[in-house]
Ligand binder design. Sequence first.
Ligand code: TXA
Ligand code: MG
Length: 308
Amino acid sequence: MTQPERNDIERAADVLRAGGLVAFPTETVYGLGADASSPAALRKLYTVKGRPADHPVIVHIGRVEQLDDIAAEVPAVARELAAAFWPGPLTLVVQRRAGVVADAATGGRDTVGVRVPDHPVARALLDAFGGPVAAPSANRFGRVSPTTAEHVRVDLGADVDVILDGGASDVGVESTIVDVTGATPVVLRVGGVPEERLREITHAVLARQTSGEVAAPGTLAVHYAPNARVELVTNAERDTRAEELRRTGHRVAILDAPADPHEYARVLYARLRAADAPETDVILAVAPADDAGIGAAVRDRLLRAARG
Ligand code: TXA
Ligand code: MG
């Protein structure tokens, strides 16, 4: 892997200015970036992604101060969370200021999800571009998120103008999304920042609403789905279940759980992709041993994969 050079970054920023699409690495997963202020660029983004128009995307900024350009109002708890976790795998949903981020990026909502990613290539790109960049994960709608440039190439290929290669994503699961527009911060999606760590910062009660009507749109059902059927098992159940499935004519791939939950998060999507071969009927995924910390996000994504 060769890191992009300064020239590659400048060229990618020019592509964004011209309304094009740039896939770039972040510490969570690869993003598919477009100028967040340009309705035309966003139209292209939604078309390539195959995403419904009412489904909002996360807006990425290079510096924490830019939050004030985008948000109509930044509550104290948002400032505390931003100070603690940015740059990093946390998205804050705030009230949107009119006229900066285009309506198309938020599906017409009066709120916007914002994050400062922690990856040198992402930060260099955001810095060179200057403005906010709308970026969903760089996979087709409903599929497993990409954690390498190669995953992006396989999924989106020639539909992307530039793919910046920054190596494999270090965190491996998407950002934690926290809605700070109400009296109580609400976790809309578990992710890279564990809830335990959020609680150390917000002494306010932290609600979790990661499914149902008010969860982050798009975190429901068909997301994160491989083609093969996914079944979640414990380590103890694994062999018996594999045997049972094979006996009844199923072709089985096993996804073992690395002991370290961070390692599990890091390799999760690449392993799911590898296991999802045409000759696989069922992926038996061993759930993380412990749901503490980032283990909760790993389990969440496996459950969604199993449902899809
Ligand atoms: O780690 C990440 O968050 C990655 C990287 C590229 O930054 N991005 C990502 O984006 O996962 P995407 O588009 O695949 O998922 C964005 C999620 C969706 O579930 C969407 O519903 C939610 O964020 N979201 C965005 N804006 C929102 C808003 N204003 N209110 C509620 N949910 C929002
Ligand atoms: Mg996604």
